[in-house]
Design a protein around this ligand. Structure first.
Ligand code: ATP
Length: 231
């Protein structure tokens, strides 16, 4: 489903002429099968978020290949990447990234608007997904009126609304207390089992990594180990 080969990325920092190069991704190879939950673990600064940004097409690698369902996406231009993302990826972030001036319904509806889906179909699909994540009763609330767990459920609903086969998650429970973390991880496991959604989860939390079928460890730009793990 996702096949990453020989991926390299370097950031240049500092003034022109005196630039310092930081090699953040060093010859990364890995694959993710359909229906898998993969955790990318590793210390802060090891390159996990950069890897997710490159897989999502937000950032272009210096060299290497990223294939999703056999389509090479690493060399897409911005417009192609954005269109591909809408059809293939949903995103969950640590800080939820909800629009503060839009209510729950409108936040979840947004990706469908971007895809040009008709209003009546949008309404039907948003209502269905809000029911699925247990948020129908707060559809007209604004993000600041919700708990952290509820806000993360809204962002999960927004990630799911376009029916993507893959969800990319960057520290999805990083802002949540331990009880809410368990609820969100249960929801992720349920979505994986019931809808066969593939998850790539970036985390430095071993609890989160426990729900993964495989753990890949990043260390200083290198991807180490491929630890088999059964849920
Ligand atoms: N836009 C950027 N410009 C320059 N350097 C960057 C940029 N983004 C990240 N870096 C550097 O790349 C390295 C890897 O960062 P990255 O955010 O990918 O690590 P991470 O493993 O996700 O860390 P964390 O767990 O803290 O989020 C760090 O040294 C970071 O300072």
């Amino acid at each position: 489903m996702i096949e990453v080969q020989s991926l390299n990325h370097t950031f240049k920092i500092g003034k022109k002429g005196k630039e310092k190069k930081i090699e953040v991704l060093k010859n990364i190879d890995f694959h993710i099968n359909q229906g898998e939950i993969i955790a990318i673990v590793g210390k802060s600064g090891s390159g996990k978020s950069t890897l997710l940004q490159v897989v999502a097409g937000f950032m272009k690698p210096d060299t290497g290949s990223v294939k999703v369902n056999n389509t090479e996406i690493a060399k897409f231009n911005e417009k192609q990447s954005a269109a591909f993302r809408l059809d293939h990826f949903g995103f969950i972030f640590q800080n939820f990234q909800l629009l503060p001036n839009q209510n729950v319904f409108e936040n979840v509806e947004l990706p469908l608007k971007l895809k040009g889906v008709q209003p009546s179909i949008r309404k039907h699909n948003v209502e269905k997904i809000l029911e699925k994540v247990g948020l129908s009763h707060v559809a007209d609330h604004y993000p600041n009126e919700l708990s952290g767990g509820q806000q993360q459920r809204v962002s999960i609903a927004r990630a799911l609304i376009t029916n993507p086969p893959i969800i990319l998650a960057d520290e999805p429970t990083g802002s949540l207390d331990s009880q809410t973390e368990i609820e969100i991880l249960d929801l992720i496991k349920h979505l994986n089992k019931s809808a066969n959604i593939t998850f790539m989860i970036i985390t430095h939390d071993e609890e989160v990594a426990q729900i993964a079928h495989r753990k890949l460890r990043m260390h200083d730009g290198l991807l180490l180990g491929d630890v088999k793990h059964v849920i």
